[in-house]
Write a protein that binds this ligand. Structure first.
Ligand code: IPD
Length: 274
């Protein structure tokens, strides 16, 4: 069995696994893109009051599951749409088949697939494919972060005041709406501005690529953030939960950027999330 920080699993290097994940992501992305013109309002279902889903998310997820089984048959699954899939104790694929579903269903062109491989809950390979611009962001443990063949790097801004920050609004409010709005208002005043593109995986990939200087959100799930977390780390950035700890994959509170900007954001989170 592979050790925690080896660069392969079952004799397959992380870089190869990541390459196969990219090929699969592009195939699923093509399906998602082609279905966009065919979808009708009757195809749209509500998972929650503002949480939408359609057959596209579900079919895309099935395509991922089938393809990922071929890449690494021993791994289990943590997926956004099908919670009956079996988890594995050590290795798990984490899938968001369509991050930015609300954008997708409204014709807003920011949505992505996101897939990561976790080993002992640590991401070792991750791919975020933003479908409209056909930008494929990928990383594997100790292999750096990349976008369409170019190495990417976190921003070098040293002050929040000069930083462009992305965030999102969670579907499950958790009674935190007022706190979040007061944090939002503070960050908006203390930064260059805030963006809310509507796809967390894309937001985080953009942080890895230095387009956004930071991103934060709560009520966010492993499938939204697992691939992005590795992208940011491999691009030289920092990922934390809202307490400054490392429970950012499953802890539903996520902040990332370079070390300095994350530190400034954590100070603000501490004030507003008392
Ligand atoms: C959502 C998007 C959105 C974020 C939500 C996520 P989904 O994912 O990433 O930007 O604000 O918290 O749930 O539902 O479109 O896959």
């Amino acid at each position: 069995m592979s050790g925690l920080f080896e660069n392969s699993i079952g004799g397959k290097e992380f870089s190869i696994i990541c390459e196969e994940m990219q090929i699969l992501s592009l195939q699923v992305g093509k399906f998602v893109s082609e279905e966009r013109k065919k979808i009708k309002s009757l195809d749209i279902e509500h998972k929650g009051s503002s949480d939408l889903v359609s057959y596209v998310d579900k079919t895309a997820e099935k395509k991922f599951v089938e393809g990922l089984k071929k890449i690494l048959p021993s791994a289990g699954f943590i997926a956004e749409e099908d919670h009956t899939l079996k988890k594995n104790e050590i290795l798990n694929w984490v899938i968001d088949p369509l991050d930015g579903t609300t954008n997708y269903l409204h014709g807003v062109p920011v949505f992505a697939t996101s897939v990561a491989l976790l080993q002992n809950n640590i991401p070792v390979a991750g791919v975020v494919h933003e479908i409209n611009l056909d930008e494929c962001f990928y990383a594997w443990k100790n292999g750096g972060a990349w976008m369409n063949g170019e190495k990417i790097c976190i921003s070098k801004k040293t002050e929040l005041q000069n930083s462009l920050v992305a965030t999102g609004f969670p579907y499950e409010e958790q009674g935190w709406h007022e706190k979040y709005i007061s944090l939002f208002s503070d960050v908006q005043r203390s930064s260059l501005g805030i963006r809310r593109p509507g796809s967390a995986a894309t937001d985080i990939a953009y942080v890895a690529g230095g387009r956004f200087d930071a991103y934060y959100e709560y009520g966010i799930h492993a499938w939204d953030v697992a691939a992005g977390a590795l992208l940011v780390q491999e691009a030289g950035g920092t990922v934390k939960d809202f307490s400054g700890g490392d429970d950012f994959i499953f802890g539903e509170r996520f902040v990332c950027g370079n070390e300095k900007i994350v530190e400034e954001l954590l100070q603000k989170i501490k004030i507003h999330f008392k």
